[in-house]
Design a binder for this molecule. Structure first.
Ligand SMILES: Cc1cc2nc3c(=O)[nH]c(=O)nc-3n(C[C@H](O)[C@H](O)[C@H](O)COP(=O)(O)OP(=O)(O)OC[C@H]3O[C@@H](n4cnc5c(N)ncnc54)[C@H](O)[C@@H]3O)c2cc1C
Length: 432
């Protein structure tokens, strides 16, 4: 029997783990990870709380079975338990005191007309219009334009854009307001059509979280893969030659038969020393944005009406004369645990937090989903044909879910699996 090929997997996020998992019986795997832990955006902070350990996720946290079929099957295979999320969304304007949420979105139109102020009535009607017209426009292929342009053409109000839409989109794609208008309208509509047209946090989606935090699945995956683990070892170069791949880190270079590079597109661009023309062309236009994410206990980020707190909370506030928006996840509800302490994760919170309340802060980078990224999806998987270095990550779409499923855990997981399947096919494994 010929020895198993040696494969380097660069990046231990879900894309790298997925590829390594699919290759585990057919290759000798070395997993390089820059950080001291594996998981990437599957990043749980374990907090001591009343004599027990609570796993609180700080980036990837929710999934649902219909829109995450490959990831869900992986979790089932690993025996990962999940928690049903019973919550919704809550919006509050800290300047005007206006607040509404999933409850109000489900009211009959007559009741809204009779009881609610102008600002909310506008939002309520435009939300309905957006989902109705959007569905039709999507099917007629009129939505392959940036979201901002689509909303301009439809004459949508500022109240709808800044008092609702921006907030939902920052929660879904983890990007700030100014980048939201660049997201293809088709991608936004595809997300809402596949989920709850009332918006993220509406109650018609069976959202789930990993019990104990996503670290629970990461630990099981690593145990099943059993790779040579090279933690805290940033790869600085990946060089492909006709007969192998050289991976370089600050501790030296190592030769492999193949490599899977599962870092972000901009990082991959910097790592590949001799990219193929197709790799260069794919990676060149892809952009990333960094968000400041803080796990903390400072309740000043929430609205004063505690009874309205939901899993997803969207705040709007004027700071130094500028309207700023932010997302605050209420982790007790998201992870479905009881505690005397309230835990929050905020994304790009525009005001100072009380220092003594801060548990951990992170800077997470996320792809900017714009027309260039969507356009790249048409042929993105061809980049891995016939190369010793295969690429994957959340900048690839999930093949089963079409081009608009980009940026999520399902997309990243699926791309890792596809990269491994491509390699196995080229190595002559049937059924890959
Ligand atoms: C705040 C936030 C919340 C999110 N919430 C959700 C959610 O609820 N649901 C959802 O589906 N998606 C969510 N996402 C999207 C998330 O990014 C994807 O789901 C997915 O985790 C990305 O996986 P990845 O493997 O492509 O990248 P990553 O998880 O970022 O993994 C890349 C890995 O490569 C490593 N690396 C980088 N450079 C090197 C190097 N030179 N050498 C070695 N290793 C290197 C990194 O350290 C990292 O571990 C969220 C993202 C953010 C930022």
């Amino acid at each position: 029997m010929s020895p198993k090929p040696r494969v380097a997997v660069v990046g231990g996020g879900v894309a790298g783990l997925s590829a390594a998992y699919a290759l585990r019986e057919h290759a000798e795997i070395t997993l390089y990870e820059r950080e001291p832990h594996v998981g990437g955006h599957a990043h749980t902070v374990e907090v001591e709380d009343q004599g027990r350990t609570l796993g609180i996720d700080t980036a990837f946290v929710v999934f649902n079975r219909p829109a995450y079929p490959n990831l869900s099957a992986f979790f089932d295979e690993l025996g990962v338990e999940d928690e049903r999320l019973l919550s919704g969304f809550h919006f509050f304007d800290r300047d005007t005191g206006v607040l509404f949420g999933s409850d109000e979105m489900e009211l009959p139109a007559e009741e809204v007309a009779a009881r609610y102020p102008e600002e909310f009535r506008t939002v309520f009607h435009e939300v309905r219009r957006f989902h109705e017209e959007g569905r039709r426009d999507f099917l007629r292929k009129r939505t392959d334009i940036p979201l901002g342009e689509y909303l301009d053409r439809g004459g949508y109000s500022e109240a709808f854009r800044y008092g609702y839409f921006i907030l939902l989109c920052s929660a879904v794609w983890s990007v700030p307001a100014e980048l939201i208008w660049e997201i293809p309208a088709s991608t936004v509509l595809a997300f809402f059509m596949a989920h709850d047209e009332g918006g993220l946090g509406g109650r018609r989606v069976d959202w789930r979280t990993v019990r104990g935090g996503s670290v629970s699945y990461v630990r099981r995956a690593v145990a099943a893969i059993d790779p040579k683990l090279r933690l805290s070892e940033p790869v600085t170069a990946v060089h492909e030659a006709a007969d192998g791949v050289t991976v370089t880190t600050p501790s030296g270079s190592e030769r492999f038969d193949h490599a899977i590079v599962a870092t972000h597109a901009d990082q991959t661009r910097a790592l590949l020393t001799n990219p193929t023309p197709r790799q260069r062309e794919l990676l060149a236009p892809l952009r990333y944005h960094a968000s400041q994410v803080v796990l903390h206990t400072d309740a000043s980020v929430m609205s004063a009406e505690r009874s309205r707190w939901e899993a997803w909370n969207y705040g709007k506030v004027t700071v130094d004369g500028q309207v700023r928006t932010y997302v605050a996840y209420y982790m007790n509800k998201l992870h479905n645990f009881d505690s005397r302490t309230d835990y929050f994760v905020t994304l790009d919170y525009p005001l100072p937090l009380r220092e003594e309340c801060v548990i951990r802060s992170f800077r997470y980078e996320h792809p900017v989903i714009d027309m260039a990224m969507r356009g790249a999806q048409r042929t993105i998987y061809e980049v891995n044909e016939g190369t010793r270095v295969k690429l994957c990550g959340s900048y690839f779409h999930s093949k089963q879910q079409f081009w608009d499923q980009i940026g999520s855990h399902e997309a990243a997981f699926s791309s890792g699996r596809e990269a491994a399947a491509q390699l196995l096919r080229e190595l002559g494994h049937s059924g890959a």
